[in-house]
Design a protein around this ligand. Sequence first.
Ligand code: XIL
Length: 352
Amino acid sequence: MKASLALVVLPLVSASPTWQRPQRNQTYPGLDVLAKRAGLLYFGTAIDNVVLDNEQYTSIAHNRAEFGQVTPSNGQKWMHIEPQRNVFNYTLGDQVSEPGKAAGQLRRCHTFVWHNQLPTWLTQTTWSKDELIAILENHIRNEARHYYDECYAWDVVNEAFNDDGTWRDTLWLRTIGKEYIALAFQFARKYVSPRTRLYYNDYNIEKVNNKSLAVEALVTDFLGRDVPVPIDGVGLQAHFVTGRTQRYNQTVAALKLFTQHGLETALTELDVRTVLPDLPEKQEQQAADYTNSVQACVDVEGCVGVTVWDFWDPVSWVPETFPGEGNALLWDAGFVKKVAYYRVSDMLRGYA
Ligand code: XIL
């Protein structure tokens, strides 16, 4: 059971726009420590392989007080795991999951089926339906053997819907048809440890809209079949924009779309990007956006945890994906914790 909120929630935007860094004698036990006290299973982060030679980075990434769970940002995507047909390479995934395990951090596996970051051998051949189903099963079987019991949860299918709720036009849909999602979950359940939670994961489903309702329809279809399709959770990626983030109530309602069916949920890729140049006022707004998002998960029974999509601004995916935007994470380029870090910490402390 989650604790109830003991302190009044901070105002959306602080009265004073000039934020003072906390005094040294104030203690900040770490986000995962506080998240657990507030009833979550973990507060986690994605980790990118490109910075693993930076000791300052890895010492925070694998600091269990801050992060109780780690997810490889890229290392378990198809192009890295099966770069040639039936040739498997777990190096990049292991570079994140092995130190995570050694540090006592949970791991999330990301992701079996997606339309991005696929190897060219897969995308540049025309497959028959049966061939592609066999390729899918072979991929899942092999990777599941390697990470069998390693992951708390696995993003089995990623981003299968368009914003209007229609099915995204992908290699998988075109060649296999809509059953590809059910097949992926069935293969995952067959080969991954029975303890691993199987998730559907997507973005722009953090409020009730055509897309989140389409995901809910998928869930009700799966659970309502004579032989239910095994699905345990829905991940809300939560890639947000400063000042345009879903409000607390919207995120709560979206989470409940799935928990009402008995599934668990999580915020799986939280970041809040800012249109540059950044300003103190924008950092305050960003802090409120982070805080409201994390608090929505804390307040919904069945939302098990929050993962930030990395924690250090220089490695965020944002600048290259959204030109002109950035500063989306909790630590700045100098490894200094930003106001958003402290606001999330303060909010979590209110539940202890
Ligand atoms: C991103 C990575 O962070 C980048 O490094 C990579 O270049 C592209 O993919 N949704 C997802 C993640 O599910 O896998 C994506 O990660 C971000 C959007």
